[in-house]
Ligand binder design. Sequence first.
Ligand SMILES: [Zn+2]
Length: 450
Amino acid sequence: MNRLLRVLILFCVVASVLLAFAPPARKAAAKSTKAQTPAPQAGATPQRDEKLWRRALALQKRAIVVDGHNDIPTIMADEDYDIGVSSAGKYHTDIARLKKGGMTGEFFSIYVDRQYATPDWVAKNYTTQGGSARRALDLIDVSYRMIEKYPRDLMLATSTADIRRAKKEGKVGVLMGIEGGHAIENSLPALREFYRLGVRYMTLTHNNTNEWADACCDTPRHGGLSDFGKEVVAEMNRLGMLVDISHVSDETMSDVLDVSKAPVIASHSSARVFSNHKRNVPDELLKRIARNGGVVMVNFYPAFLDEKVRVAGNERDEKLKAQRDALRAQFKDDPKRLDEELKRLNDQNPIPNTTLSMLVDHIEHIAKVAGIDHVGLGSDFDGVPNLPEGINDVGDLPNITYELLRRGHSDEEVLKILGGNFMRVFAEAERVANVERRKISGEGSLRRLK
Ligand SMILES: [Zn+2]
């Protein structure tokens, strides 16, 4: 888990309170769905229906399972973590548990923190850490190094064909997605280079607004996408890099849906109806994503899943603000210690968790509003400090399959949710690119932001 990510999540939650963004939360809807669906019995509980569990495991084995977002590369880069070594109980991801979870295609997040786009920070740290693009390159490099180190277990996947080949060969296909459009440093050539390195989606923003797109949780500057932002989307369509609308503002989502020639993804976003967080997708936009042919891959983070967790988290943020600020001042030169102290403070002030059942409520809600063809999984493993009860790590993915089957979904529906829908979207983006690519690197190939 990354300290910065955690701080950013906290910042985002606080920011949403401060900005007083509060359309009426539809808690009643959440409640009524929950009332119909008792807590899941998946996992090692005695109430588990063993026959159904075996069916879930068999289906998981057969499925192409794609997860839209995993932050393990940040840990690999910052803590020199080797994904071949068991990290059960510490991190959400290692090779053994990827296999246990039946993973076919895991998107490694090339997450670039906003600090890399902050001139003051970059000025101070340029010699040792560079800027946004350098950070992305570092994470791409650790991803490659792990793939090279474990060729029997992992393979680089940059296409639907690669994902199918990974399935056939019993390997985990590692895909790469950039999180935070500032990674391209406002350069279409840089965007193309990332594509050539194998990056197959880019989340247009992280929580920070950049020079060409507004983020969910920051001051808007463009009213959505700027003209250059539209060029970025067009170039991504041309290349066959999926446009990811997680983390962006509603206006940016809307602009993307207006201009994108290929279906879009939300690599790790949940439904706003159940947790009124700006990171989540509202129903109107779910419907538009369906018309675009895209897919919303549900984020597992409890505060994004459950309004009561989100509110409790906000209240805790307010309560602990002074103490956290004091710790930040005290340990400003010792980030590791600061991380430990902040975690300790959180542990002393626990908030309620949510359940895997609530996660499956999101899947069902998106399936209801957008259609069964437009929902998938985007865990955010190792990017979030905790997960719902019933799912502890990537090895527990079959628990979701079990719960979907228990609720009466057919094998075909579950296969779509686990990865089939993503595969359709990716294939369509590849098809659009094949047409678009007749033009060589478009006009304005050296165009830069003015
Ligand atoms: Zn994220």
